[in-house]
Design a protein around this ligand. Structure first.
Ligand code: SAH
Ligand code: SF4
Ligand code: F3S
Length: 488
């Protein structure tokens, strides 16, 4: 795979926990239409909603579906029969925005055929472009940012009155804690639970602080309640979502002795919902991940032994320009702590290639840190300058495209080497797998995830069904899938 970005996950078996990256790379999953299980009667108005970008966006679409469900909308997988089309957008790289614009062209053609159709742009691109969107895209009726979804009934009303509507207000408090998400496109086994919103870090390349606003944490009681409800509905895995989960922090103001809940405490609370409920989380920040979090993971069998720890670059000068606030040495220290406290823990990462002023030597340091950590998998991106970010203001995007491409390919082949080593290490081991579904390639096979978040495929056995745990002896592997058989 040669190109601007890539993942080493196997496209045929989608990794739920990294929809963000998979959806950014995997054409098959691009802009997936979300279908549900709805609150509304089937003869009511129909909503088609398509999501791009990270898991937070997919999770937000479930909030939006819930709010629209209360207004009588059911969802449809076919935008041609929809009364309302929503596209939940991502701004992280230029090509993510381009993809949305291309898709909007198709929706606009539908609107020309059916003038009663409402087209709404949601999410990060809506927030970034605000009302400019309405100027640029003449057939868009509604623009709404990630913190304004409660205003949808009002905005839909404005559109019904013949106006175009915009709300891109960011909030310091909104967490949608009281809204029960309508689970979209679900396998009934794993679900996302949003634990915080926004981001207070100012990584110089990143548009997220501008599109998602200030960081705020969600009430832990509402998180535990959501996890408990999911478990009672048959779900067996929750992924706690935030841009930087390690800075989760909630201070209860209700009792007299103020109680603080940090991410380690929250993990424990959710792990205690049931030993049969697997807990995952994403994303960890190398500057904030604490030994307390690692010890909590080690203590609870049901907290999965996998950490997504984006490195971005292996060179301290580049990291400083990126404003990541850690050095190569600090990152390595965190990896050593993970290995010491949670032996065998899977580690994955994100890498940005060709950031402003990156030299050949500095690029080699990225390759060498990959060699050192031997990531289980990685998401790799060539740097894409985003308007308004610190890097766009301060530094020149001066690494030539052909150099970025060549370095990208070097990072990609390094990761292929590392993934192969990690996959082969698992051969001969027995791992506990949560069965998620029948394999996409054959209904004779089950597909699920190992603790370390690797897809495992094995012979279906009538004694088991999706949602059950089984022990699988790993016998062989492909670049992104472990293959084995159930052992009792
Ligand atoms: N909050 C997460 C990541 C959010 S964005 C974290 O801090 O790790 C997901 C990934 O997109 C980032 O980790 C980074 O590798 C990549 N990314 C973000 N901005 C980018 C840009 N301008 N160009 C290329 N890749 C970018
Ligand atoms: Fe962006 Fe950095 Fe925040 Fe992640 S931690 S969302 S990369 S600013
Ligand atoms: Fe996510 Fe893209 Fe926004 S990665 S937070 S949807 S810019």
């Amino acid at each position: 795979m040669i190109g601007e970005q890539a993942t080493l996950k196997d496209n045929s078996e989608i990794d739920n926990n990294f929809i963000k990256s998979v959806s950014q790379h995997d054409e098959a999953r691009q802009g997936e239409a979300l279908v549900l299980d709805t609150k509304a009667p089937a003869d009511g108005r129909k909503l088609f909603i398509e999501s791009y970008g990270c898991a937070m966006n997919f999770s937000d679409s479930e909030i939006v579906a819930s709010i629209m469900g209360d207004m009588g909308f059911s969802t449809t997988p076919d935008y041609k029969e929809a009364d309302v089309i929503f596209i939940n957008t991502c701004s992280i790289r230029e090509n993510a925005e381009q993809r949305v614009r291309n898709r909007l062209k198709e929706f606009s053609a539908a609107k020309t055929r059916n003038p009663g159709l409402t087209i709404g742009v949601l999410g990060c691109m809506a927030e970034r472009l605000k009302s400019k969107f309405l100027e640029e895209e003449k057939l868009v009726d509604l623009v709404i940012g990630p913190d304004a979804y409660r205003d949808l009934p009002n905005l839909i009303g404005q559109v019904e009155d013949g106006n175009r509507a915009v709300n891109v207000l960011l909030s310091r408090e909104e967490t949608y804690a009281d809204i029960s998400p309508v689970r979209l496109n679900t396998n009934g086994i794993s679900a996302f639970v949003s634990i915080m919103r926004g981001c207070d870090n100012m990584c110089s390349f990143c548009v997220v602080p501008f599109t998602r606003g200030r960081e705020r944490s969600r009430d832990p009681l509402s998180i535990v309640q959501e996890a408990t409800e999911l478990f009672s509905q048959g779900y067996r895995e929750v992924t706690l979502l935030g841009q930087n989960v390690d800075s989760y922090k909630w201070t209860s103001t209700e009792s007299e002795n103020q109680q603080m809940v940090n991410f380690a405490n929250l993990l424990e609370l959710v792990a205690n919902v049931s030993p049969e409920l697997r807990v995952r989380f994403s994303t960890s920040h190398p500057k904030d991940i604490t030994d307390e979090v690692l010890y909590t993971m080690a203590k609870h069998e049901n907290i999965c032994k996998h950490i997504h720890l984006p490195v971005q670059s292996g060179n301290s000068r580049v990291l400083e320009l990126m404003n990541r606030t850690y050095t190569r040495e600090w990152y390595i220290d965190r990896v050593e702590a993970i290995r010491r406290i949670i032996p065998g823990c899977g580690i994955s990462t994100d890498v940005i290639i060709g950031f402003c002023t990156e030299t050949e030597e500095e690029h080699k340091e990225t390759l060498s840190i990959m060699d050192y950590v031997k990531y289980d998998f990685a998401y790799m991106f060539t740097y894409s300058e985003r308007p308004g970010t610190l890097a766009a203001k301060r530094y020149r995007d001066d690494v030539p495209e052909d150099v970025k491409k060549r370095r990208f390919n070097e990072v990609l082949s390094k990761q292929q080497e590392c993934s192969a080593i990690r996959m082969e290490e698992r051969i001969g081991q027995t791992c506990k797998v949560l069965i998620e579904r029948y394999s996409k390639k054959s209904d004779q096979d089950f597909s699920g995830k190992s603790d370390q978040n690797t897809t495992v495929v094995f012979n279906a056995d009538s004694r088991y069904k999706p949602g059950d745990y089984v022990n699988v002896l790993i016998e062989k592997c492909t670049p992104a899938t472990l293959i084995g058989r159930i052992v009792d």
